[in-house]
Design a binder for this molecule. Structure first.
Ligand code: NAD
Ligand code: DAU
Length: 354
C-alpha cells in the first residue's frame, strides 16, 4: 500500500506519521487532508513542503464531495482527523460529534464506493473507560466516560458496521497517551513543559494520582504502519507501551529534567468525570505483527523536553491568539468555567499544594 490518504496530517500524531511513512517507504505517496483547526499547523510539516511525495489539502472530512474525489486516488485511508482534547469536549461536544462521528462515516462511505483496500481508524484506549486493576483487551466492552471518548467509541462502531454490512476493510487501532514533538500544548506534557519554562504553575487535576500509559509518538506511528501492511480487516489492535505513570510523578520528572522546583506543581479543581486509570493489553499486535515499542520512557522524555527547548518559536506561536483565551478560561478562571457546567456539582475542589 503506497498511495494513502492521511486525514488530520497537520496535527500532532498525523504529522509525525506522514514523516514516518515517507521516510520508511521511498515509493510512498501521501495525500494529506486537514481542516487546519486550532490544532492543525502547517509548520508541523515544514520539512515536507518540497517533497513531491506529499500533497497537502486544506479541507473537512465531513465534506462528502471532496472526500469522495480523494478516495478515488488512493489505496488506503488512515483517519487521524479528530477533535482530540477531553477538556474541550466537556466544554462543548458539538464539533466532536461532527468530526469524530460524522466525519468518520463520510470517510467510510467514500471507502465503500471506491473499494479502498484498507481503512485504518486511529482510535483510543479511552473508549474502554477507566479500570482499577488489570488491562483491557480488544474484546472488552466499550464504556467511554467523556464526550470525546463517546464520540470515538461511536466512530469505532461505524467502522465495525461498515465492515460487517458492506465489507469495507476497516481496522481499528486503540492507542494509549502519546508524547513527543509537535504536540499541541493543551495536553499534559507540552503544557507542563511550556509552563515550567516560564516558571508558571503546573496545574495538576484533582489529587494528581491518575494513571496513564505513555507511548512515544514514533512507536505509535510504527504500530500504525505495521497495521496498514499486515493487519487483518475487521480487527482491532490495542497499542500501548506498558509504561504506566502517575501524573504527579510525571510532573516531578519533567521538573527535574528542566531544573525547576517541585513547588511549581499546583493541585487544581479536577476535570469533571476524570478517568482514574487507563490500561490496555497490547499482546495481540506484538504477537501478530511483531511490533514492540522501542523508545524508553527516560530517553523519550529527555528527547521530548529537548525538542520543545529547541522549538521555543513554535511554542510561542501556537500559544498566541486563541490559545490564550482558552488557557485563561480553562486555568485562570477554572472554577468559574467548571461551575458553569451542570456536572460540576459533583467536583470537589482540592487546593492544597503538593
Ligand atoms: P490533534 O488534535 O493534534 O490533531 C488533530 C488534527 O485533525 C488537526 O490537524 C486538525 O486540524 C485535524 N482536524 C480536526 N477536525 C478536522 C476535520 N473535520 N477535517 C479534517 N481535519 C480535521 O490530535 P492528535 O493528538 O494528533 O490525535 C490524532 C488522532 O489520534 C485522533 O483521532 C485521536 O483521537 C487519536 N489518538 C490520540 C492520542 C494522543 O495521545 N494524542 C492517543 C490515542 C489516539
Ligand atoms: O489515552 C489516549 C488519549 O490521551 C487520547 O485519546 C486523547 O486524544 C489525548 O488527549 C489523551 O487524553 P488524556 O485526557 O489522557 O490527555 P491529557 O494530556 O489531556 O491529560 C493527561 C492526564 O493529565 C489526565 O489524567 C488529565 C491530567 N491533566 C491534564 C491537563 C491538560 C492535568 O492534571 N492537568 C492538565 O492541565
Amino acid at each position: 500500500m503506497v498511495r494513502i490518504l492521511v486525514t488530520g496530517g497537520a496535527g500532532f500524531i498525523g504529522s509525525n506519521f506522514v514523516r514516518y511513512f515517507l521516510s520508511r517507504h521511498p515509493d510512498g505517496f501521501v495525500v494529506n487532508l486537514d481542516k487546519l483547526t486550532y490544532a492543525g499547523n502547517l509548520e508541523n510539516l515544514a520539512d515536507l513542503e518540497k517533497d513531491p511525495r506529499h500533497e497537502f489539502l486544506q479541507g473537512d472530512i465531513c465534506d462528502a464531495g471532496l472526500v469522495k474525489g480523494l478516495a478515488a486516488r488512493v489505496e488506503a485511508i488512515i483517519n487521524f482527523a479528530a477533535e482530540s482534547h477531553v477538556d474541550r469536549s466537556i466544554l462543548d461536544a458539538s464539533s466532536f460529534l461532527a468530526t469524530n462521528i460524522d466525519g468518520t462515516r463520510v470517510l467510510l462511505e467514500a471507502s465503500r464506493q471506491h473499494k479502498v483496500h484498507r481503512f485504518i481508524q486511529i482510535s483510543t484506549d479511552e473508549v474502554y473507560g477507566s479500570l482499577s486493576a488489570g488491562a483491557f483487551h480488544e474484546a472488552s466492552p466499550l464504556a467511554p466516560s467523556s464526550p470525546y471518548a463517546a464520540s470515538k467509541a461511536a466512530a469505532d462502531l461505524f467502522v465495525r458496521a461498515y465492515h460487517h454490512t458492506y465489507g469495507v476493510p476497516g481496522i481499528i487501532t486503540r492507542c494509549t497517551n502519546n508524547y513527543g514533538p509537535y504536540q499541541f500544548p493543551e495536553k499534559l506534557i507540552p503544557l507542563f513543559i511550556s509552563n515550567a519554562l516560564e516558571h508558571k504553575p503546573l496545574p495538576l487535576y484533582g489529587d494528581g494520582l491518575q494513571l496513564r500509559d505513555w507511548i512515544h509518538v514514533e512507536d505509535h506511528c510504527a504500530a500504525i504502519d505495521r497495521v496498514l501492511h499486515g493487519g487483518r480487516p475487521g480487527e482491532t489492535y490495542n497499542v500501548g507501551a506498558r509504561n504506566e505513570r502517575r501524573n504527579l510523578d510525571l510532573a516531578r520528572a519533567l521538573l527535574k529534567i528542566l531544573g525547576r522546583p517541585d513547588s511549581l506543581i499546583q493541585l487544581v479543581t479536577d476535570r469533571p468525570g476524570h478517568d482514574r486509570r487507563y490500561a490496555i493489553d497490547p499482546t495481540k499486535i506484538e504477537r501478530e505483527l511483531g511490533w514492540r515499542p522501542r523508545v524508553s520512557w527516560e530517553e523519550g522524555m529527555h528527547q521530548t523536553v529537548q525538542w520543545y527547548l529547541g522549538h521555543r518559536d513554535w511554542l510561542d506561536r501556537v500559544r498566541s491568539g486563541a490559545y490564550r483565551t482558552y488557557y485563561r478560561a480553562m486555568y485562570e478562571e477554572r472554577d468559574d468555567t467548571l461551575s458553569n457546567l451542570t456536572s460540576a456539582s459533583s467536583v470537589e475542589p482540592n487546593r492544597e499544594r503538593v
